[in-house]
Design a protein around this ligand. Sequence first.
Ligand code: C5P
Length: 227
Amino acid sequence: MELCVALDLPSAKENLALAESLKPYNIWLKVGFRSYIRDGKEFIEKIKEINPKFKIFLDLKLYDIPNTMADASEEIAKLGVDMFNIHASAGKVAMKTVMQRLSKYENRPLVLAVTALTSFDEENFSLIYEKSIDEKAKQFAKLSYENGLDGVVCSAFESKSIKEATSLEFLTLCPAIRPFGEDAGDQQRVATLEVAKEELVDFPVIGRPIYRDENPRQKVEKILKNL
Ligand code: C5P
């Protein structure tokens, strides 16, 4: 398991201070909508300046027509990030086009597909997708696997069954992790680190339980010891 810390603080200054405090650790940092829209490419460069070994996951969840997604994916590859994601519901052609377009990059970033957002409960999910979360997440995962993606974003509770339906090597990145049972906030399907381990999660993504802790560095150390 490789820890991915969400840089979701309100300003670039605070996020960079958090990254600075986590400098000694070889971890992944997740840059989301908020930071990227506000702070852009420069923010990514600044993170790499703090520690070039930090791996960056750009969480922009692309969803558009295939050509637009592939164009955006190429721009993301040029940023030098290590992983990004698209929505699985963008479909097979979008997946194929993105992967085909990235194939010319020697060190292309890993590409994951979002299956079901972890903030969905069953009722609200089925209003859109007309299936249970479990069933649809597995279907999205198979589609992503068959079309050459590296893995999926899913809830920790679906990780193992997704690997069984695809391959053990097919990566699972799981938000809504509350390492030691912390407050769930707006997340619906939260899992502890213990569950994440049992479910063979590759990347637990953790935001608030780290950056809202009195001592984020100590918290990260405790998490790393428990991976
Ligand atoms: O603070 P918390 O640990 O809940 O943060 C989870 C992070 O993962 C947030 O940045 C959120 O946007 C992101 N995320 C998510 N569910 C997904 C994909 C990403 O919660 N399906």
